[in-house]
Ligand binder design. Structure first.
Ligand SMILES: [Mg+2]
Length: 169
C-alpha cells in the first residue's frame, strides 16, 4: 500500500491534465477540489479558461465531479458554471464523500484521480479511498495562519517522498 500522504503526481496547474495524461495512467474520471485548484480561494471572478478545460475533458469522455469543503452556497455558485456535478461541505478527508463521488461517476476508485492542492484533505482522502492522487500547486496563497502552517508541514511531507518543490508555499 502506498503512503497515505503521498500524491501519485505533482503538477503545477490542472490544465496539465489532458486526455493523454489520463490515458497514460488508466484514468477515466476526476474528482476535483474547488478552492485554489480550479478557482482562486474566495474568487467569484470569470473562470473561462477553467470552464473550457473541463468542457474539453468531458468531451473526451472523462467523468468530472466537484468535491469541495467550501460552503454549499459557494459550491452552488460554481457548479452550474463548471457544468458538472458535485457537492460543497464535503468533509474531506473523510472517505465517505469520496465514495459517494465514485458512486455518482460510476467508476471504480483505481480509474479515478482526486485532484487538489492540499495534502491533508485532498491527497489523504483520495488515498484512503484507493484513488489515484494528483497534487496541484495552489493558485494563490490564501495567507490564513492555519493554512500557512499546513503548507509548512506539507513541504516536509513532500520532501520526505523525494518531491522537492521550491515553488510550493
Ligand atoms: Mg483547495
Amino acid at each position: 500500500m502506498k503512503p497515505l500522504l503521498r500524491p501519485d503526481d505533482l503538477i503545477a496547474h490542472v490544465s496539465q491534465i489532458t486526455p493523454e495524461f489520463l490515458a497514460a495512467r488508466g484514468l477515466r474520471g476526476l474528482v476535483l477540489d474547488l478552492d485554489n485548484t480550479l478557482i482562486p480561494y474566495r474568487s467569484y471572478e470569470d473562470a473561462a479558461e477553467m470552464i473550457a478545460w473541463a468542457a474539453d475533458l468531458r468531451g473526451a469522455g472523462i467523468g468530472l465531479y466537484l468535491l469541495s469543503n467550501a460552503t454549499a452556497k459557494r459550491a452552488a455558485f460554481w457548479l452550474p458554471k463548471l457544468g458538472f456535478g458535485g457537492v460543497g461541505m464535503a468533509g474531506k478527508p473523510n472517505p465517505r464523500a469520496f465514495r459517494r463521488a465514485l458512486h455518482t461517476l460510476g467508476l471504480p476508485a483505481h480509474q479515478v484521480a482526486m485532484v487538489g492542492d492540499q495534502v491533508f484533505t485532498d491527497v489523504l482522502g483520495g488515498n484512503l479511498t484507493g484513488m489515484h492522487t494528483v497534487l496541484v500547486e495552489p493558485l494563490i496563497d490564501n495567507a490564513l495562519p492555519h493554512t500557512r502552517l499546513a503548507r509548512m508541514v506539507e513541504r516536509q511531507v513532500l520532501r520526505r517522498y523525494g518531491y522537492d518543490w521550491q515553488a510550493r508555499r
